[in-house]
Design a protein around this ligand. Structure first.
Ligand SMILES: [Zn+2]
Ligand SMILES: [Zn+2]
Length: 818
């Protein structure tokens, strides 16, 4: 460690800045200073600071926060912190998407009940309590990760103040003709006993059996293949391809369904895949989306055989009440007994399952509320095309998804813990009545109807809607809610549309789609300007991270082992924006090593430069110093560009490389002697100036990614009076022309190369660096020799040699003699 000037306050610094960087001590300490000084608070009345608003997706309070979640939050935070330092008034809220299936399913699982086992009010209370527990747990992790959320803006979608706005958006969409109630087939989870949207249906490969069944066709037999014989009672037609020679003669004939004996027509349809099964398919109401299409197209009858809880509803006592899979087995057995199974072969197919509980979905028709999203598809696609996407390719996900949708969005759910649909029906004439905006929030499941009488028939009796809203109806209006909607005055204009919509690639088709379609319907414009999409996290084994794979890492575990800043470095460095990134403990280790290295550099600089250095002029600085400062300006320029492009991996790599190599390995090792008492004042002050400039800039450039270590150092280092106490309220640096020197980069590299080689040579010969030598011989190109000659004194002093011998050769070679 270097000697220090007498009369400085070095001692105090040595005392304040700990010898070893321990994230478990430093991170909570700086977090406390952030909270106490409320440095992340959005100022709604700031007169001239431009606003930057981030509409972060509120998570389901599940209690879990694995490293994949950490990746999401780090991305939000990198941007928030960067833009704050760029001079923006950053609006960075944190919400909780409380309602919906996940919480209900958890409540049912933890209490071992089904939703209807207890009164609704009690069930809601169980869900609320569970939600609060989970929120508290996740909030602690978010804070521990150092996310610069403005907690004054925290919200919960289950609060009446929030769901009042969900209901308001329902009323406005209803009154503007975007919503309707109707009976249409929808995806249905028989376990959760609710409708679910297309976006909530996942597809999984499932093994089944393809049964070739024999139907009677007048005087002949007709083979039909299906994996779902339990749908035979709902069979309403048989379709064949008119180009299929085998079946041309049977078109328009009638077939008799085995066991259930209904008579169904044979219809020609060119969409039938002749290569599947026997080439003849049965249409059942409803086996899949094709059935829905064909039932509608041919005006076929609708036969309901599956109940809302996934059981067969037919009268036949052999099958009545059986669960779908049991019914499949029993019907196949009866068919087999009748000699009607021609063949049964193993068959793997893609099955639609409930995203939450993985139960295969059924298609069930009952009255539901819908949003007319199909008529908005073109507007959605046009908007998505015009918006800025990072990375660009994520846009295709949304466009393809919007184009793939066949049905309007079903927004009603048959659940309990959710925003009530603000609708009553007249008991006499069934007329739909909605409350006034000033009546909200309402709960038609229990509250009294806010009407005198039916506007259609005058009846005074009403029935409240018992269905509730899809949770996406809550969470797809976060951007206008943050902006103060329904007040659309000045604040709204500033915050809406949001500057940034950051989220994972997995929710582009839900989150980004619902936000966009709702905002277009409500406000005629998109709710965000730029979308920042992060990839998915893979487990330590390279597979997608999942609890059941055993490759799942909790953020808390990672932070207990290494601290928040190493986890954040992993999030930044793991891969390019949008790409899937693997979780690696080695990366955490590398991050922690960097913190230790940086801390040691900082301690050294702060100890040897205990006060703000004296200002320098360009001409005063020797080549080495010019080189370092030029590298630094170059670094500032590149890192700024990387943050602008949201290339966090490149930004971090550049800062780490500068700190570790240019500053520590090359510069510091070479100038240590200039910081001793023996050095002359000018030499020392020049070096102090360069080191101080570097450390100050590193703190700032690193602040978005490693906010703890950056602030811990920044708070300790001597600073000019115009710098604030925390790095996070300081200004982002810009490259300074004053400290950029033409030619300093290549020349400095030559000089550093020669010094490094000379030191290595001494070490190889077992000579201590401090021991003087007689002659140092360096050969190099003419260009290199020119640089070395000009800096002869620096070389001799650094290497402690009496004379320098320079000679020409094709590359740098060093030799010494004692
Ligand atoms: Zn389900
Ligand atoms: Zn009426």
């Amino acid at each position: 460690m270097a000697q220090t000037e007498p009369g400085t306050d070095t001692k105090q610094h040595e005392f304040a800045i700990a010898k070893v960087y321990d994230p478990q001590i430093e991170e909570p300490r700086v977090q406390k200073t952030w909270a106490e000084n409320r440095i992340y608070q959005f100022d709604p009345n700031h007169p001239n600071k431009p606003t930057y608003s981030i509409d972060t997706p509120p998570p389901y309070p599940s209690g879990d926060f694995h490293v994949g979640n950490a990746l999401n939050w780090c991305y939000f935070d990198f941007v928030a912190r960067y833009e704050r330092m760029r001079g923006y008034n950053v609006h960075f809220p944190q919400g909780w998407d409380c309602h919906g299936l996940p919480t209900e399913v958890r409540a049912e699982q933890t209490r071992k009940i089904r939703k209807n086992d207890v009164p609704p009010a009690e069930f809601i209370q169980i869900c609320r309590t569970l939600t609060e527990e989970y929120i508290a747990k996740m909030k602690r992790t978010i804070i521990r990760l150092g996310i610069s959320t403005d907690w004054a803006l925290e919200y919960r979608t289950m609060d009446p103040s929030y769901y009042r706005l969900t209901q308001l958006s329902f009323l406005r969409l209803y009154n503007s003709g975007h919503l309707y109630r109707g009976e249409h087939p929808v995806n249905w989870c028989p376990r959760c006993e609710t409708a679910i949207a297309e976006a909530e249906v996942e597809h999984q490969e499932r093994k089944g059996v393809l049964y070739h069944m024999s139907f009677d066709l007048e005087n002949e037999k007709l083979g039909i293949a299906s994996t779902r014989p339990e749908l035979l009672p709902a069979c309403v037609a048989i379709l064949v391809n008119p180009k299929d020679d085998r079946y041309r003669s049977i078109i328009a004939k009638k077939a008799k369904v085995p066991i259930f004996s209904q008579i169904v027509p044979v219809i020609a349809n060119p969409d039938v895949d002749s290569s599947f099964g026997t080439g003849a398919v049965m249409v059942c109401t409803f086996g899949d989306k094709m059935d829905v299409k064909w039932q509608k197209k041919y005006g076929l009858p609708l036969i309901r055989v599956i109940t809302e809880n996934g059981r067969l509803s037919i009268e036949d006592p052999r099958f009545k009440g059986a669960r779908v899979e049991e019914a499949r087995k029993r019907i196949a057995e009866v068919l087999s007994g009748q000699g009607r199974i021609l063949k049964a072969e193993p068959h793997t197919q893609s099955v639609g399952v409930c995203w939450r509980c993985k139960t295969p979905v059924e298609i069930i028709s009952r009255p539901q509320w819908f949003m007319k999203t199909m008529e908005l598809t073109q507007v959605v696609v046009q908007s998505a095309t015009k918006l800025k996407w990072i990375p660009e390719y994520a846009r295709t996900r949304l466009v393809d998804w919007a184009n793939s949708l066949d049905w309007d969005w079903v927004i009603s759910r048959q659940r309990i813990f959710a925003t009530p649909i603000p609708v009553w029906y007249c008991r006499k004439c069934s007329h739909t009545m909605v409350p006034k905006e000033s009546d909200l929030p309402v709960d038609p499941r229990q509250g009294k109807a806010p009407f005198e009488k039916c506007t259609k028939c005058g009846s005074v009796e009403f029935m409240g809607e018992t269905d509730v809203l899809d949770t996406w109806m809550d969470s797809s209006i976060t951007a206008p809610v943050h902006a103060g909607w329904p007040d659309e005055s000045e604040k709204f204009q500033r915050l809406f549309p949001a500057s940034l919509q950051p989220n994972g690639l997995d929710i582009v088709r839900t989150w980004d789609y619902y936000l966009l379609v709702r905002s277009l319907a409500l406000f005629g414009k998109p709710p965000y300007k730029t979308l920042l999409i992060n990839g998915m996290v893979r487990g330590t084994d390279g597979r997608m991270m999942h609890k059941s794979y055993g490759n799942y890492v909790e953020s808390g575990e990672a932070m207990t082992k290494y601290g928040a800043d190493p986890l954040r470095q992993w999030a930044a460095a793991g891969g390019s924006t949008g790409s899937d990134i693997p979780f690696r403990w080695t990366e955490m280790d590398h991050g922690k090593k960097f913190l230790t290295k940086l801390w040691n550099i900082a301690r050294y600089i702060i100890t040897s430069t205990p006060q703000v250095p004296v200002e320098r002029t360009r001409d005063q600085l020797p080549l080495l110093d010019r080189w370092l400062l030029s590298c630094l300006q170059n670094l500032i320029e590149r890192v700024t560009e990387h943050f602008e492009n949201r290339d966090f991996n490149l930004a971090l790599e550049a800062v780490r490389d500068y700190a570790w190599h240019a500053l520590a390995d090359d510069y510091l090792e070479t100038v240590k002697h200039r910081l001793t008492q023996d050095a002359n004042d000018e030499d020392r002050e020049n070096a102090q100036f360069c080191l101080h400039q570097s450390l100050l800039a590193i703190c700032k450039l690193l602040a978005p990614i490693c906010p703890h270590v950056a602030d811990a150092i920044f708070q300790e280092m001597p600073k000019p009076s115009d710098e604030p106490q925390s790095v996070h309220t300081s200004t982002w640096p810009s490259p300074n022309k004053q400290w950029t020197f033409e030619g300093a980069l290549p020349d400095g590299k030559t000089l550093i190369g020669a010094i490094a080689l000379s030191r290595r040579k001494k070490a190889e010969n077992g000579i201590s660096l401090k021991t003087p030598i007689k002659t140092l011989r360096i050969s190099g190109t003419l260009e290199q020799l020119k640089v070395l000659r000009e800096n002869q004194e620096v070389i001799l002093r650094t290497i402690k040699a009496d004379t320098l011998d320079l000679s020409e050769s094709s590359s740098l070679v060093v030799d010494i003699s004692q």
